[in-house]
Design a protein around this ligand. Structure first.
Ligand code: CO
Length: 183
């Protein structure tokens, strides 16, 4: 129903939607607002600091994040573009809600400049550094179908081989099968 609250579940690696390039949001309506709200809810419930729409099964260019968990730091980026990445590269241990239990040291530039729209479609430009910048760059990757596993060092890939395989096995077990033929 139109006014009903949305509830999402996490999309885990290697679900195919995580590999798709997400599509721009063109309509800034009540459904978008409810989508954003439900993404925040799932992010908080999962103890995450950021979430991209493909992680709830939606091929849309929507990111939500909150680096501190404090209300004023909640940030919604619709159709974000990373117009600049600069500053010294830093290494940080990143996790991803689509890769439960897997963490890897990832190098990224410390600062980024983002152009995006808010939930009402209003455009803005802002610069971020440190942890928020790190989250934005990680989540932005999701919109391009780029995942934690792609950014890992070869050593980390080896270290997490069993855990990654376990996710693949779990996906194969839970994958919906073709409907049984009626007789
Ligand atoms: Co992620």
């Amino acid at each position: 129903m139109e006014s009903e609250k949305l509830e999402f579940e996490l999309t885990l690696y290697p679900q195919p939607v995580l590999r798709k390039v997400a599509e721009p949001v063109e309509v800034f309506d009540d459904e978008l607002r409810r989508t954003v709200e439900a993404m925040f809810e799932l992010m908080v419930r999962s103890n995450g600091v950021g979430l991209a729409a493909p992680q709830v099964g939606l091929r849309k260019r929507i990111l939500v994040l909150n680096a501190t968990g404090e209300e004023p730091d909640a940030l919604v980026l619709i159709n974000p573009r990373l117009v600049e990445r600069s500053g010294p590269e830093t290494t940080f241990e990143e996790g991803c809600l689509s890769f439960p239990g897997i963490f890897a040291e990832i190098r990224r530039p410390d600062t980024c400049v983002v152009e995006a729209q808010d939930v009402d479609g209003k455009s803005f430009r802002a610069a971020y550094e440190g942890f928020p910048s790190r989250i934005i760059q990680h989540e932005y990757d999701h919109l391009e179908g780029v995942l934690l596993v792609d950014r890992m060092s070869p050593a980390d890939k080896v270290r997490h081989k069993a855990a990654l395989q376990e996710l693949v096995d779990r996906y194969k077990r839970n994958r919906p099968t073709a409907p049984a033929r009626r007789r």
